[in-house]
Design a protein around this ligand. Structure first.
Ligand SMILES: Cc1ncc(COP(=O)(O)O)c(C=O)c1O
Length: 413
């Protein structure tokens, strides 16, 4: 396998000879697969349930679409190429990828070291759902340092109970970066002190698999809302976990019993989407730089939040240089006039759609204070730097001149 994943997105894991010469993978819209004979069926089940080890070169045969399906498998093989992961698991949503990963590793009495802010659904799952199962959390945010995180674990007497470090970086919507290398060091220390395994999981949705590679900084598993860049067309909901084999296999095993695997048609659509992932993401990042340059010079924009930009502060710039290969296509900015000023801009955009979600080929904008982060207490939003005048913009693949013209006329209303 050569180095460039984008070259393999159209073919890896599929041979046209398997399907009447069809160049593209057909949709295997079936719930179950016929065995050639009973002995074969018995063997497939023995492998699927881990009763026996696969012989050299032996593959698990197709059984039932909750366990395996060609569309899901081909998609997973291609997804693992972007980051050189051992294995990938595809889900029916980003939330199911994240929830299944957490449930696979956290038991009653365990603690998750959890970054803040995160996507609202993840925040809700950890704060409202996991607590019902007796799973606690220690929050850390972009203001925390190595020392203050240590102090928090110490104060909670949790060295023996932290079983997962979970981080979403850049933080949504402030674009603050968390130091993955530092978090990996803390994970290693917890393992040493506690004498048990601690999983390091990263939600890399905001950077997609191209611009930040958490496994290079020690992550065991990387979660994605595939609804975002991976899909890139705002036409499906899906999720992905990639990572080290033993961990992804554990997550996949729970997926089999929760039954939240990706469906054949969604897997087929997503396989189609990732053929163009690199060119879409490249264009989005290029457009974002043009848009940032415009916003920086506009008198009605009081602050820009963009990875690597000087307004994020020196430490953040250094972190960006260490951890990311591009600033991405998510820009937050403060409009003069608070909520009223931000709403005026949002309500007058014509090309840019007023909608949540991100990473798609069309530009989308929303108001984090009252929309995606409505669930976070106001004083907490202020502490984290989420202002009433903030707009979060996900830059698409349109001509950047048109995106800028749209913003210009909306800012000047
Ligand atoms: C960073 C992040 N993670 C996870 C999710 C959840 O993904 P999904 O909506 O595909 O379930 C989202 C959705 O917006 C997200 O932005």
């Amino acid at each position: 396998m050569k180095k460039h994943p984008e070259s393999w997105m159209m073919s890896h894991g599929y041979n046209p000879k398997w399907s009447e010469g069809s160049v593209k993978t057909p949709i295997f819209q079936t719930s179950t697969f016929a065995f050639n004979n009973s002995t074969e069926g018995k063997r497939f089940f023995a492998l699927a349930y881990g009763k026996d080890q696969a012989a050299e070169g032996e593959q698990l045969g197709l059984i039932y679409s909750r366990l395996n399906n060609p569309n899901m498998q081909i998609l997973e093989e291609r997804l693992s190429l972007w980051e050189g992961a051992d294995e990938a698991a595809a889900f029916e949503s980003g939330m199911s990828a994240i929830a299944t990963t957490m449930l696979a590793y956290l038991k009653p009495g365990d603690v998750v070291l959890f970054s803040h802010p995160t996507y609202g659904g993840t925040h809700h799952f950890v704060h409202q759902v996991l607590v019902e199962f007796g799973i606690e959390r220690i929050d850390f945010d972009p203001h925390d340092t190595y020392n203050t995180i240590h102090e928090k674990i110490e104060a909670a007497q949790a060295w023996s109970r932290v079983k997962m470090v979970y981080v979403e970086t850049p933080a949504n919507p402030t674009n603050d970066l968390f130091d993955l290398e530092m978090l990996n060091t803390i994970r290693n220390e917890i393992q040493l002190k506690g004498g048990h395994e601690v999983i390091f999981a990263v939600d890399n949705t905001y950077m997609g698999p191209l611009w930040q590679k958490p496994m290079d900084f020690g992550a065991d598993v990387v979660c994605y809302s595939a609804t975002k860049y991976l899909s890139g067309h705002s036409d499906l909901i899906a999720g992905v976990v990639v990572g080290k084999r033993e961990h992804v296999v554990k997550v996949k095993t729970l997926r089999t019993f929760l039954g939240n695997m990706i469906a054949p048609y969604t897997a087929w659509l997503l396989t189609r989407s990732i053929e163009t992932l690199k060119i879409r993401m490249d264009q989005q990042a290029k457009n974002a730089l043009d848009v940032v340059a415009f916003l920086e010079a506009h008198p009605k924009v009081s602050k820009i939040y963009f990875p690597g930009s000087a307004s994020q502060g020196e430490k953040q710039v250094a972190l960006f240089q260490k951890q990311c290969s591009s600033a991405g296509a998510m820009i937050s900015f403060d409009v003069v006039g608070g909520e009223e000023g931000a709403f005026r801009v949002l309500d007058h955009c014509e090309l840019i759609k007023l909608a949540v979600s991100l990473g798609s080929n069309e530009s989308l904008a929303q108001h984090p204070f009252s929309m995606t982060h409505a669930d976070v207490a106001d004083e907490e939003k202020i502490r984290l730097g989420i202002t009433e005048g903030m707009i979060r913009l996900s830059v698409g693949i349109e001509n950047s001149e048109d995106i800028i013209a749209d913003l210009k006329q909306a800012l000047e209303v």
